[in-house]
Design a binder for this molecule. Structure first.
Ligand SMILES: C[S@@+](CC[C@H](N)C(=O)[O-])C[C@H]1O[C@@H](n2cnc3c(N)ncnc32)[C@H](O)[C@@H]1O
Length: 288
């Protein structure tokens, strides 16, 4: 080799992640799942998340710090979504799970039943990283699209039962877009359901003030919020929303486990807590 030839750095097998703004939040949720899964008393079994964090060249600890409370709360939220997906697959083993804003979620590896179809929809930069890190199997499809434009819906096979999930997504959207997304899903997937989570208004306000985060990481604004006590308002998004149901976290470790039953039942926290909700869509809209 010529003495002045550029040298290629030795490969470390690590993949760089250059996500920013809202797509970067998928690294935060991944990191929290992995942190929880590494514990001997983990609430979440997620070896794929641990593997990804170990493979991605990104300063996780510097950017996000470490909080076992955040990891645990994240795991409780994830478990709510996993439970809903597992119940759906028990009823509809050949159904389709449509994961909006899926980021680097590893739910497929936690709850897949070997028969279902999975469609992941996310912004182009997130899907590019997902394809690199988690190449899709024969029953998985990844689609680079903005979920608020409904092109992705045309890619869903309507002959199968459909469950749409929006985990850690809607809070980043404008409220009018959230309403349109719920209405669009309700009208396009009769008989289907949507599982979504929401941050309460007080939390959204802190993010909007720019005061959430640390020296190295600023949490993006979350303009859409819903207090747990106002979930019934989601019915007004469309007459095709037939039922609204609370999905409550169960279990929890230490103080969180001890306080959770109170947090879920005693106001004001019970009505102003982060929440997971299922919307069931009417089979066919009754038009008067
Ligand atoms: C907090 S992450 C959640 C990722 C994953 N659902 C999870 O729980 O780990 C938010 C995700 O929403 C995606 N996202 C935000 N706005 C979007 C939009 N308009 N269309 C598609 N994806 C979007 C981001 O790219 C990111 O992957």
């Amino acid at each position: 080799m010529a003495p002045d030839a550029p040298s290629t750095p030795p490969s470390t097998g690590m993949l760089p992640a250059t996500l920013s703004a809202v797509p970067e939040t998928a690294l935060w949720t991944l990191y929290q799942r992995a942190a929880e899964a590494r514990r001997p008393d983990a609430l979440l079994h997620d070896p794929k998340a641990v593997e990804l964090v170990d493979r991605i060249d990104y300063p996780f600890a510097e950017r996000f710090g470490h909080s076992s409370l955040q990891a645990q709360l994240q795991a409780l939220r994830v478990a709510c979504f996993d439970r809903e997906v597992a119940d759906f697959l028990a009823r509809e083993p050949r159904g389709t799970v449509v994961c909006l804003g899926e980021g680097l979620e590893t739910q497929f590896w936690r709850v897949d039943n070997g028969r279902a179809r999975w469609l992941s929809v996310d912004l182009p930069e997130s899907i590019a990283l997902r394809e690199e890190l988690l190449p899709p199997g024969s029953r998985q499809r990844y689609l680079a699209a903005d979920v608020t434009e409904f092109g992705w819906a045309g890619e869903v096979d309507r002959s199968r039962a459909v469950l749409v999930t929006a985990q850690g997504l809607l809070m980043y959207l404008h409220p009018a877009k959230v309403r349109a997304l719920i209405a669009g899903c309700a009208e396009r997937f009769p008989g289907g359901s949507l599982v979504l989570d929401a941050v309460p208004h007080w939390f959204s306000r802190i993010t909007l003030s720019g005061r959430m985060g640390n020296r190295d990481y600023q949490v993006p604004p979350m303009p859409w919020a819903m207090d747990a006590g106002e979930r019934d308002k989601l019915r007004t998004a469309s007459p095709a929303v037939a039922a609204v149901r609370d999905v409550r976290p169960v279990g929890g470790r230490g103080l969180v486990g001890a306080l959770l039953p109170l947090a879920l039942t005693v106001p004001p926290l019970a009505t102003r807590r982060p929440s997971v909700t299922v919307l069931d869509f009417a089979e066919r809209l009754q038009r008067s």
